[in-house]
Design a protein around this ligand. Structure first.
Ligand SMILES: Nc1ncnc2c1ncn2[C@@H]1O[C@H](COP(=O)(O)OP(=O)(O)OP(=O)(O)O)[C@@H](O)[C@H]1O
Length: 286
């Protein structure tokens, strides 16, 4: 449905932010996972037709969405990373304004806005100016505006930044529901944001796809390579320098390290079942 084909993006005087990247998206939630600066936001801005790629094609239902972005824009809900609001408008006024921009009739906008305010848990704050909203509340307004026109394609850039744990869970579930019959593309550098909801994960680094598959494909890349070991606190730093450490927990007995290694890295190390965090770090540092 939405195809990003051999996309490159070069900003003036910079290295390639996106470097020949291809993703073909159908219904489901694709989690775009990558460290800071990997090129996630650049790619999402291109997919949302906000920025033009330096090279490559964006195709929506087979048609060129760079030359003629109208069809994709009408089908799109987009939450950019740096989402801005008008501080003097109330949540309801702001959403009504954006609904008008998107061409929704005022009657259907009104009921849709009620529904969305409820969905993002902001009904109680609907009549308050956005200037007084917390970061998490503003993020939820951003999510609501992305869903205004009942989009077929939902693109959200680091949507859980600033949300508290309860809001994160709520939001994960919401996106998972949406993805049942829509294209949902979500970028994050936090593995737990997409754990258990992504049907597909693309790990990107330096503007390239390092792995693209189901969560179980990602897990398979480190099967048999995850180890846990408890070491005295004074030994932990040295091991961390030598081995890729995916977790460190201080316990009463010492420091419990989780490390990636192709063979048993220390005599006391025991094998552990891999999780997505191990697999992601393994792919990024490979
Ligand atoms: N408008 C811009 N002008 C110049 N360089 C840019 C611009 N936007 C991004 N870059 C550069 O492109 C590279 C990729 O950035 P991008 O924001 O796409 O990555 P990201 O994976 O989204 O990272 P983050 O999670 O930090 O937002 C970085 O080196 C960044 O400095």
């Amino acid at each position: 449905m939405l195809e990003l084909l051999d996309i490159t993006k070069v900003y003036k005087g910079q290295k390639r932010a996106v470097d020949g990247l291809t993703l073909r998206l159908g219904p489901g939630l694709l989690g775009l996972l990558g460290p800071n600066g990997a090129g996630k936001s650049s790619l999402l801005r291109i997919a949302a037709t906000v920025t033009r790629p330096t090279g490559g094609q964006v195709r929506f239902d087979g048609a060129d969405a760079v030359a003629r972005p109208g069809a994709l824009r009408r089908a799109l809900g987009y939450l950019p990373q740096d989402f801005g609001v008008y501080p003097n408008l109330t949540a309801r006024e702001f959403l009504a304004y954006l609904a008008a921009v998107k061409g929704l009739s005022s009657r259907s906008a009104r009921s849709r806005i009620d529904e969305l305010l409820e969905l993002v848990n902001l009904t109680h704050a609907a009549r308050r100016p956005l200037g007084g909203f917390s970061g998490g509340m503003l993020r939820r307004v951003g999510i609501a505006q992305a869903l205004l026109a009942d989009p077929r394609v939902v693109i959200v850039d680091e949507p859980t930044a600033g949300l508290d744990p309860e809001e994160r869970v709520r939001f994960r579930n919401l996106l998972s529901d949406l993805a049942a019959d829509r294209v949902v593309l979500l970028s994050t550098h936090i593995v737990s944001d997409i754990e258990s909801v992504a049907t597909r994960i693309a790990v990107i680094k330096d503007g390239r796809v390092r792995l693209d598959g189901r969560p179980e494909d990602l897990l398979r890349t480190v099967a048999g390579h995850v180890w846990e070991v408890v070491v005295p606190p004074e030994a932990a730093a040295g091991i961390q320098q030598r081995l890729l450490t995916t977790r460190l927990v201080r316990t009463a007995d010492g420091v419990r390290l989780r490390v990636l290694a192709t063979a048993r890295p220390l005599p006391d190390a025991v094998p552990a079942p891999p999780d997505l965090e191990d697999a992601y770090l393994g792919v990024v540092h490979r």
